[in-house]
Design a protein around this ligand. Sequence first.
Ligand code: ADP
Ligand code: MG
Length: 292
Amino acid sequence: ATPTSIMVGTGKGAENGILIKGAEHLEHAHKLTTIVLDKTGTITKGEPEVTDIVPLTGFDEAELVRLASSAERNSEHPLAQAIVNYGKRQGVLMADTESFTAIPGHGVEVTIAGKRILVGTRKLMQENKIEFAAAVAQIERLELQGKTVMLFALEDRLSGLFAVADTVKEGSAQAISELQKMGIEVWMMTGDNTRTAQAIAQTVGITNVMAEVLPEHKAEKVEALKKAGKVVAMVGDGINDAPALATADVGFAIGTGTDVAIAAADITLMRGELSGIVAAIRLSKATMRNIK
Ligand code: ADP
Ligand code: MG
């Protein structure tokens, strides 16, 4: 490989908001067979908004919003932020929290006024032996709309549901279609539940979905694809994505995402758009043609 063409390629990338950390990444990008996209913040904007609040068993809605937003105030998760922002807009008086535990990939456990509150997934409720069978139909109806549903329990009783929706980035579907036309297999990988993930995948033309993947398992999924002989890129924005970004043959970070993801990645897409992946692969191809 001639250093000059690589330098030119890297420079062209930079002009287009594609920051390539080393020459080898530009040399690898044209060999990719498989691209794994994180959902939240990568395919979608990562700015979820509360769309539905469902108090259960006669629980007071205002109290539900107050307790949930107080409970999520200490969490940095975008879903937590959605609930907190909603509470703030409603002007709730936040309650003090006596203890707070984040359970990655599941939710939060918080104590307010001596009472235990859980906000999170069905799995979180299962693990805490909280009955939610009566709410399943409502949960599934919301998930089929591509919304993420968080369950709220107070003192071992399911008392409400919060649904949030995140908007797909404008260029996502187009970029995914271009990657597929290049013969690349495109996957979505997310910690979110299968129904929500499938609904979003469908709107952007992805049929390969890995859902309910816990943060600590994302890298293993990438490793498994590599072991199956694929040349794999991972694209992500979150702290959770960092190990998978480092494991992939080429890691792409969304430049508007977390510093941890950017540090773990080989290439950063400064504009935060998936079209940057298409551009990087084209640049890699062009650069390698000049070298040969
Ligand atoms: P993603 O891959 O979309 O970033 P995560 O692995 O971070 O997802 O989380 C998976 C699921 O766990 C979320 O869809 C949500 O249901 C639940 N969850 C995670 N953190 C929280 C939180 N702070 N509050 C409520 N639910 C949460
Ligand atoms: Mg993300």
